[in-house]
Design a protein around this ligand. Structure first.
Ligand code: NAP
Length: 247
């Protein structure tokens, strides 16, 4: 049995490939969003209860290997998976999509964390477009309290946000045309994002370059060594077939 830690498009792609190959697997989601996009196959929703909870789950379910296909910024889950797999001696694979590359003529500002992103965005523009996810929004409230921020999130923020902010509830993928319209309507002059990578939310970077808007981008942490890493669902499916053998 394979445990597929998910919550990403790549994890859903891998679920399709595993199902097609007849591999026994369960996808796991954190349960952060109200209406998650569900992968094919068996799904369990909700955390395991830290490293010890995950270890208990892996033993109880007789998991043979773990594929960590969580989002590049879901660092807590990745840490827990590494710890549990090391303790139990289970094979683990990290499936992580590549980060974004700065397009020609763009004005990108790389920062290490959300606090630096907030202060940099406050200096660079008046009308920031925040695409950092609901959980990080609190870090932006004070530095951008007087800015006309446009905030795009899947579910509404739990804490109150400044009256000058506009909240847009939506979920990608976002095509270039609709991003152009959004940038024009809100006169976006700086975009704040994490280096999530992937195609679903990439159009804003192209549109920012076209519109002359700066981009503040939070870099990923250094990768953890000691286990294999692939950047595509197909490569992850090949690794899994090496673990479970031919079906
Ligand atoms: P996180 O900070 O790394 O994880 C915090 C805790 O949430 C984990 O310790 C675990 O709880 C639970 N958890 C996280 N991912 C899980 C999974 N796939 N299955 C079961 N439990 C999980 O995670 P996060 O950044 O909040 O991300 C949560 C989920 O959203 C992940 O699945 C990720 O792939 C997806 N996601 C995250 C982002 C992002 O920007 N962070 C963006 C898009 C999608 P326990 O300790 O109780 O096991």
């Amino acid at each position: 049995m394979i445990l597929l830690l998910g919550g990403t498009a790549e994890a859903r792609e891998l679920a399709v490939l595993l199902q097609e190959s007849g591999v026994r697997f369960v996808s796991s989601l954190a349960g952060r969003v109200a209406r998650p996009r569900l992968p094919v196959g068996a799904v369990q929703i909700g955390g395991f209860g830290g490293v010890s909870g995950l270890e208990a789950y892996l033993l109880e379910q007789r998991v043979d290997a773990v594929v960590d296909a969580t989002h590049p910024f879901a660092e807590g889950m990745t840490r827990n998976a590494i710890a549990a797999c090391s303790t139990l001696g289970l094979p683990m694979l990290r499936l992580e999509r590549p980060g974004w590359a700065e397009p020609e003529g763009a004005d990108w500002h790389w920062v290490d964390d959300h606090d630096a992103a907030a202060s940099t965005a406050a200096e660079l523009g008046e009308r920031p477009f925040l695409t950092v996810g609901r959980q990080s929004l609190g870090r932006f409230v004070e530095p951008l309290a007087d800015h006309q921020a446009l905030v795009r999130v899947v579910d509404a923020p739990e804490a109150p946000v400044p009256a000058t902010w506009t909240i847009l509830l939506s979920r990608g993928p976002y095509p270039v045309e609709s991003e152009r319209a959004l940038f024009a309507e809100h006169e976006v002059d700086v975009v704040v994002t994490k280096d999530s990578g992937g195609t679903y939310t990439q159009a804003k970077l192209q549109v920012a370059a076209e519109a002359g808007a700066a981009v503040v981008i939070v870099r990923r942490s250094a990768p953890v060594a000691g286990f294999p890493v692939v950047d595509s669902a197909v490569a992850a499916a090949v690794w899994v077939s090496g673990i479970v053998g031919p079906r």
